[in-house]
Design a protein around this ligand. Structure first.
Ligand code: UDX
Length: 447
């Protein structure tokens, strides 16, 4: 008897490290459940084939935008334009896939921000699924901000002095925690959120979070969207899919092996955030004065002229620090020498840290990171947020000491370990995220 071909899902990721990471983990999780995977990628930030995904097929959405346009437009305007230029080309890709695989193509799963994919799927009568790679709470914020009319959330954002006020419906978020972008004016973010909300007609939403982290935001999302929501995360616990747009520096693991247990603060700002030269100097002095060993990822492009710092930094680093351009982050966070994580609070970094029980110092840079930083400090209470426009070395020193050496830090570590247990339980057989992923697989099989 002829064997029935596996159902195929078409993944449409945002071409950026943080979003690609989660989408490839989803692909791997679905592949392990027996589905065939096609990844539709733009020419920008195109993934090279990796040992981790030998059975995935790939199609390229041509006519996309270049590195230069990314630099000129910035991420928000780039994404708005990408959605315009990719729609027709993606229709062509889908048409070809349907010719090749016919009814085996079950659905299109697109990153919330790649909303052009929905129109193409509709054209071919294919079901579409939104994948949110960020937190449920930030999804909710983007969705509320993207309402076209009558939007009381937006007025205080324009009023100086109002931004510190709490938003009653979104407690404990303040207006300044809303996911506005550091890369673009408010109107651009709103345009992106409006378009993503406007186009939405997907059958359901899957999201890289766990109900043990964000149950009330998930409930609100269900009411707002009137669609089934499946919290299936954190996906790195369901399917490890390590890939990196930058080369990992493994020297840091050897260095960590020589450090005392829970003594090291790991510092990384993810793949997009950057800091001013003066903030970096303050940070380096604050770290040095805290007397705590530190592992610092200084990604190329994340600080202007890092070479001009080297003399000052070298002295500090040679004493008790280690710097790499990019680290094997999950391995670092699971290392017994690491006791704290200074993070920009990107969603992947946050769930990776929570699932290792590592408390955090939060210095959000843009967008959803501000929402997450507030949750880390006020809801899960496993983080200290460093606020204010400029970093000051005294504040850095105090925060590092509090996290790594004080009683408050010990309590945060306890709460982080408690959350780690909950999140592990949700990812295990019978847990909420595990069940949601199975239900989602059943949904695809029934298409
Ligand atoms: C982007 C957005 O900026 C973020 O706000 C959003 O939540 C997700 O998409 P990014 O800034 O790159 O992501 O941060 P994050 O979500 O934390 O993802 C970074 C990924 O790169 C993580 O999976 C992390 O493990 C990995 N990483 C980071 C490394 O492997 N090595 C490093 O040195 C730094």
């Amino acid at each position: 008897m002829e064997e029935k071909a596996a159902k195929r899902v078409v993944l449409v990721p945002v071409p950026a490290q943080g979003h690609l990471t989660a989408m490839m983990q989803l692909g791997k999780a679905l592949y392990l459940k027996g589905f065939s995977i096609t990844v539709a990628q733009t020419e920008f930030n195109h993934l090279s084939p990796s040992d981790d995904f030998p059975d995935f097929s790939a199609v390229t959405i041509l006519g996309g935008l270049s590195e230069t346009e990314f630099k000129n437009l910035g991420p928000v305007e780039f994404l708005i334009k990408l959605n315009v230029v990719c729609e027709e080309s993606f229709k062509g890709c889908l048409g070809q896939l349907l010719q090749q695989h016919g009814n085996d193509v079950a659905c299109v799963i697109y990153d919330e921000i790649m909303y052009f994919a929905e129109a193409a799927a509709m054209d071919f009568n294919l079901p579409s699924v939104i994948f949110s790679t960020m937190s449920a709470t930030s999804f909710l914020c983007r969705s509320l901000m993207g309402r076209l009319n009558d939007n009381p959330l937006l007025d205080p954002l324009e009023e100086p002095g109002e931004e510190d006020k709490l938003i009653p419906e979104l407690y404990p978020l303040r207006y300044k925690d809303l996911p506005t972008s550091a890369f673009a004016p408010l109107e651009s973010s709103l345009k992106l959120y409006m378009k993503a909300r406007d186009k939405r007609s997907a059958s359901l939403v899957i999201i890289n979070t766990s109900s043990c982290l964000e149950s009330s935001s998930l409930e609100w999302m269900r009411q707002d969207l009137q669609a089934p929501i499946y919290p299936i995360g954190p996906l790195h616990m369901a399917a490890s899919a390590s890939f990196s747009l930058l080369e990992e520096g493994r020297s840091c693991i050897e260095w960590l092996n020589k450090q005392a247990e829970s003594s090291v603060i790991y510092i990384s700002l993810g793949s997009l955030a950057w800091m001013e030269h003066k903030d970096m100097v303050e940070m380096a002095w604050g770290l040095a004065n805290s007397k705590q060993p530190f592992l610092w990822v200084i990604r190329p492009g994340s600080v202007p002229n890092p070479e001009s710092l080297s003399e000052e930094l070298n002295g500090i680093v040679s004493e008790r620090g280690h710097i790499v351009k990019w680290a094997p982050q999950k391995e670092v966070l699971s290392h017994s020498a690491v006791g704290g994580f200074w993070s920009h609070c990107g969603w992947n970094s946050t769930v990776e840290s929570i699932s290792e029980g590592v408390p955090m110092i939060c210095r959000p840079f843009s967008g959803d990171q501000k929402v997450t930083a507030r949750y880390l400090e006020r809801v899960w209470r496993i983080g200290i947020q460093l606020e204010g426009e400029e970093l000051k070395r005294g504040d850095v020193e105090r925060a590092v000491r509090m996290l790594m050496a004080d009683e408050e830090g010990v309590m945060m570590k306890k709460r982080a370990l408690c959350l780690k247990e909950k999140i592990e339980a949700s990812a295990r057989s019978g847990g909420s995220s595990h069940n949601s992923l199975n239900e989602f697989a059943d949904f695809i099989n029934a298409l």
